[in-house]
Design a protein around this ligand. Structure first.
Ligand code: SAM
Ligand code: CA
Length: 236
């Protein structure tokens, strides 16, 4: 069975958090979707439930109404977001693969939040470019929140586009920014030879995290939850 990544000191601590505060409050359809997703061969790709509850609180605290998601998979983070948005909230969700989204769709429907979701099957970049064209003359149309969890090495491309789509005071959340904790390992510590793509993505995150930390347009917080989450608030 697939396992989510987590960076806590031991598994007991994660179990404690899940049993104490996450599972008892997890929405019924999120639980059902999580259980189905964990049987999927790539089930570990989905956002873990403790991160879901954290993102849900952020969305509610900031009164987010208009959201973007890049990287949907079976929809755990998407359903989390849709549930956290108000009744008239909207989320544009982009993924190159509709078939995994369809695994989650029955749970989204059962939860009664399908109306809030505009799923687009596509590479994210051309859709973001189209969205920029749509909002460029009307600041009122800008978005409150974006969650980025797709092909990590395109994050810089996504970032520049999201800076045109997210309003000042809005939030961009990047997932997996601690990359299994590998970001602190020497560049070519390939004794145990992790796959080349893993190393490439780790090297990417090292640079991307430095870039985010120095981006004057943002206030950021690097949070150690799940596989590492960076919360960026647009200030300029
Ligand atoms: N947030 C999801 C969840 O909670 O289940 C997990 C997303 S999974 C880690 C990454 C997803 O990004 C995959 O479903 C993949 O199809 C999608 N993806 C990869 N490259 C993409 C691209 N260039 N544009 C849009 N989606 C992409
Ligand atoms: Ca992720």
């Amino acid at each position: 069975m697939a396992r989510h990544k987590n960076l806590l000191k031991n598994d007991d601590l994660l179990k404690y958090i899940l049993d104490t505060s996450v599972y008892p409050r997890e929405h019924e359809q999120l639980k059902e979707l999580r259980e189905v997703t964990m049987k999927h061969i790539s089930g570990e790709m989905s956002v873990p439930p403790e991160e879901g509850s954290f993102l849900s609180i952020i969305l509610k605290l900031m009164n987010a109404k208009k959201a973007i998601e890049i990287g949907v998979f079976t929809g755990y983070s998407l359903l989390t977001t849709a549930l956290a948005l108000p009744k008239d909230g909207k989320i544009t969700a982009i993924d190159i693969n509709r078939s995994s989204f369809e695994i989650g769709l029955p749970f989204i429907r059962k939860a009664g939040v399908e109306e809030k979701i505009n799923f687009i099957e596509s590479e994210a970049i051309p859709i973001l470019d189209k969205m920029i064209e749509e909002v460029k003359d009307d600041k009122e149309e800008l978005y409150d929140y974006a969650f980025v969890d797709a092909d990590k090495t395109n994050n810089r491309e996504y970032h520049e586009r999201l800076m045109k789509l997210i309003k000042i005071g809005g939030v961009i959340v990047y997932d997996n920014t601690l990359w299994s904790g590998a970001v602190t390992e020497p560049i070519d510590s390939s004794h145990s030879s992790p796959p080349e793509r893993f190393i490439m993505t780790k090297n990417f995150f090292v640079k991307f995290n430095e870039f985010l930390a120095l981006d004057p347009r943002l206030e950021i917080s690097q949070v150690c939850i799940g596989d590492g989450v960076t919360i960026c608030r647009r200030i300029l």
